[in-house]
Design a protein. Structure first.
Ligand code: MOS
Length: 763
């Protein structure tokens, strides 16, 4: 008898369908605004018509005359002031430090200046349009190059921001054989989640319940408790489903407190559903950026110098910045690096996180410059990346926990048919259509944060998992359920998952693609605690053997290696031995290297994300290679993208089905960020113009007929117990550069300013 070699274990979980799929397609999944509350009043916001200046007075008579109006809150009559708390970008949770209704001052167009509350939504809306505000306007600075903006070095305004550098980049650039020196820019973008920004507040005996779509229920609870100066146990946030967020529902906007104040004043539940255009200024957005990049290389393509300067627009009072050089400077074996980031203050609402906040703009610039360098070197762009690939990041020399970038390029190139590309620009065509192939690297830092979980296993195999995670379309219910099912040896349909509620054990903000890694690591650890109890009951002798290896977290059962292994357990026997019908465990997990105050911070709804370039001995990123085919009409310059392909490596893939959806959505969004999306600004008024889904371009099916996602099986033993690197934001990084690189290949025209509009194409 011969023994076949064991099948290589693909590092992927099963492609389980979403646990919440049926609820979603049948309309049973309850989003924040769907929750029925008894006897609600409705709020409608009134927003500032000027971008800078002050409110001189209000005329509310006409508005008050609308039948059904209950209350109109303005800065003149709203005495319940909330406490100023810290802006997210400065280590707090608030989306902005601007506190509407706290003074007559106007910081930006579309700032909340009044809240109308009425018996019906229609009455509130009608009255809101009849509120007359007399304003004294001053000239406002809209964006880069507007008079009156203020430019500051990021390192001067942010403790967290560092400008990575190593060696003598200027000297190396000066003496390099081949040089690129180019400027790039990216536009303003708004998240536009399909679910609008809604908040319902219900007071009952000093207990406040908030229904609001949130990427951070625990943070929202603590933030509102702090703003009102009340105990956190008095605030309860519910957000079981979120209809798209992309960063816009992670920080706490001022609207929540205003709705809570309104509910207190009218002594009834108050419900607010903001209109789409209001979302453009009451929440956050991706700010416009500019870049200057210098790359120096040898004739063989070895890069010796990378100099990156970035400029980002922010609001007047808040120094929001993404500082993407922290990632771009670690991407290749650059040799010498210099970088500097600046913020430019304008009279705008404060920007915020939007999917892959630092990477989308900064890698657009770098990956475009890499392509320009490849062209100048007469070198294949994939080979240029191979020559500069590295297993140690160039700034501090730390090793990557794992890095499969070139494997992604190899698999992606093969599937895409890159070998059929003829290198010369404008050398491929199909009748009237010029054809271009382009590629780019994507990377995203692998990030984690402390999380707690409670898991209960019944003798009949049913499992309940409780953790205040977030279903933002990412498949959180499903992967959390899978983590427990896998560990406890039960089918996933036996697992019920409770998330999206601030009464559950705390989990971090669902941002920075840390959710799956953090929540699944916590859930798996708690499942190990349950396994440990079962093991101990079955094999008291054996479970003592490796007592020395016990790891102990906070108030949790010590777990031995035996429990952590994938040895099967006889559940019936174990429950017999224990003499119980249910085993329940609670535990708190934190990533290696998380600061010592992590658990306390977790319990207080504070953000403590670690990972990426900031681990102690390692650096952790997920990688990918993206390929784009463009077809450009020779006469009309119409740009079509028949094919997008991405090959990605992100450690253990919990669920290839939900992962594929995430990556697919990312690729489409990345293409969109090159060809479609931009929020247009009227410079005269510092006002967004296309603040609706008719004018804000987003892609439809016809814009990208074929999207192919390849996932490489990557084993990462250093990252976390789940082996998960995170991939929510990986898909839409670099895609914009790949599109522009393909356009160059098709036409010989290099486009450095996004979004691409066909009038820019002279061919
Ligand atoms: Mo994301 S922009 O970290 O929600």
């Amino acid at each position: 008898m011969t023994t076949a070699a064991p099948e290589p274990k693909l590092n992927m979980g099963p492609p389980a369908p979403r646990l919440d799929a049926r609820l979603k397609v049948t309309g049973e999944a309850r989003y924040a605004a769907d929750f029925p509350v008894s006897n609600p009043a409705f709020a409608f916001l009134v927003l500032s018509p000027i971008a800078k200046g002050r409110i001189v007075g209000f005329d509310l008579n006409e508005a008050r005359g609308v039948a059904g109006v209950l209350d109109i809150l303005t800065h003149e009559n709203t005495a319940i002031a909330v406490k100023p708390t810290k802006f997210f970008g400065a280590g707090g949770r608030a989306s902005t430090s601007i506190r509407p209704l706290s003074s007559p001052q106007i910081w930006h167009d579309g700032q909340i200046i009044a809240v109308v509350v009425a018996e019906t939504f229609e009455a509130a809306r009608e009255a809101a349009y009849k509120v007359r505000a007399r304003c004294q306007a001053e000239p406002a600075s809209a964006t880069f190059d507007s008079p009156g903006t203020a430019t500051e070095a990021a390192a001067d305004v942010s403790k967290e921001h560092k400008d990575p550098q190593v060696g003598d980049a200027a000297g190396a650039f000066a003496s390099a054989d081949v040089k690129i020196d180019a400027e790039y820019s990216t536009p303003t973008q708004h998240h536009n989640p399909i679910e609008l920004f809604a908040t319902t507040c219900v007071w009952s005996d000093d207990q406040l319940t908030i229904y609001e779509p949130s990427q951070f229920v625990h943070g929202l609870k603590y933030e509102i408790a702090e703003q009102f100066g009340i105990g956190p146990s008095r605030v309860h946030v519910k957000s079981p489903y979120v209809g798209g967020a992309f960063g816009s529902k992670g920080s706490i906007t001022p609207r929540t407190a205003l709705v809570a104040i309104a509910a207190k004043r009218v002594n009834r539940p108050v419900k607010l559903v903001m209109t789409r255009d209001q979302g453009f200024t009451v929440t956050t957005y991706r700010a416009e950026t500019r870049h200057r990049i210098r790359l120096g290389a040898s004739r063989e393509g070895k890069i010796s110098a990378y100099i990156h300067e970035g400029w980002e627009v922010t609001s007047r009072p808040d120094a929001y910045l993404v500082g993407g050089t922290k990632n771009s400077t670690h991407l290749y074996g650059f040799g010498n690096v210099a970088s500097r980031v600046f913020i430019v203050r304008a009279d705008r609402n404060t920007p915020g996180f939007m999917r892959s906040p630092p990477e989308v703009p900064y890698l657009f610039a770098l990956e475009s410059a890499m392509d320009e360098l490849a062209v100048k070197l007469n070198m294949d762009p994939i080979e240029l990346r191979r020559v500069n690939d590295t297993m140690n990041e160039p700034i501090g020399g730390k090793p990557y926990t794992s890095r499969s970038l070139m494997a992604c390029f190899d698999d992606g190139a093969k599937a895409f048919g890159w070998a059929q590309r003829s290198a010369a620009p404008k050398s491929m065509a199909d009748g009237d259509w010029l054809i271009g192939y382009g590629c780019a690297t994507t990377c995203y830092p692998s990030q984690m944060a402390p999380a707690a979980a409670r898991v209960r296993l019944q003798r009949d195999g049913r499992v309940r998992v409780e953790i205040a995670g977030h279903e933002i379309g990412n498949g959180a219910y499903t992967v959390i359920g899978q983590a427990a099912a896998e560990k406890l040896g039960v089918p996933v349909d036996k697992v019920s998952v409770r998330i999206g509620d601030s009464d559950l054990p705390p989990a971090p903000v669902a941002g920075g693609s840390n959710s799956t890694a953090s929540t699944c690591s916590a859930v798996m650890m708690v499942c190990d605690q349950i396994r440990q109890r079962l093991f101990k009951a079955l094999m008291p002798q054996e479970s003592m053997v490796d007592k020395a290896k016990e790891t102990v977290g906070l108030g949790q059962t010590p777990v031995t290696e035996a429990a952590k292994s994938d040895r099967p357990l006889d559940r019936d026997k174990a429950f017999d031995a224990l003499g119980v019908a249910v085993v329940e465990e609670y535990g708190e997990w934190k990533p290696d290297g998380a600061p010592t105050d992590s658990f306390r911070a977790m319990h207080e709804g504070k953000v403590r994300i670690v990972g990426g370039p900031e681990m102690k001995d390692w650096i952790a990123y997920a990688f990918g290679a993206e390929f784009v085919e463009v077809r450009i009409n020779r006469w009309t310059h119409e740009i079509r993208v028949p094919r997008l392909l991405g090959a990605f490596a992100a450690g253990h893939i919990m669920n290839p089905r939900t992962a594929r959806s995430q990556l697919m959505g990312g690729l489409i969004w990345g293409m969109s960020s090159a060809l479609h999306e931009a929020t247009e600004l009227d410079g005269r008024y510092a006002r967004y113009v296309n603040d609706n889904l008719a004018d804000y371009l987003v892609p439809v099916n016809a814009d990208v007929p074929s999207v192919e996602v390849i996932m490489l099986a990557e084993q990462d033993d250093h990252i976390n117990p789940a082996g998960v690197k995170g991939l929510g934001e990986l898909g839409n990084v670099g895609t914009n550069a790949a599109v522009c690189n393909a356009i160059f290949h098709a036409t010989g025209r290099r486009l450095r300013k996004l979004p691409v509009r066909l009038e820019q194409l002279e061919i």
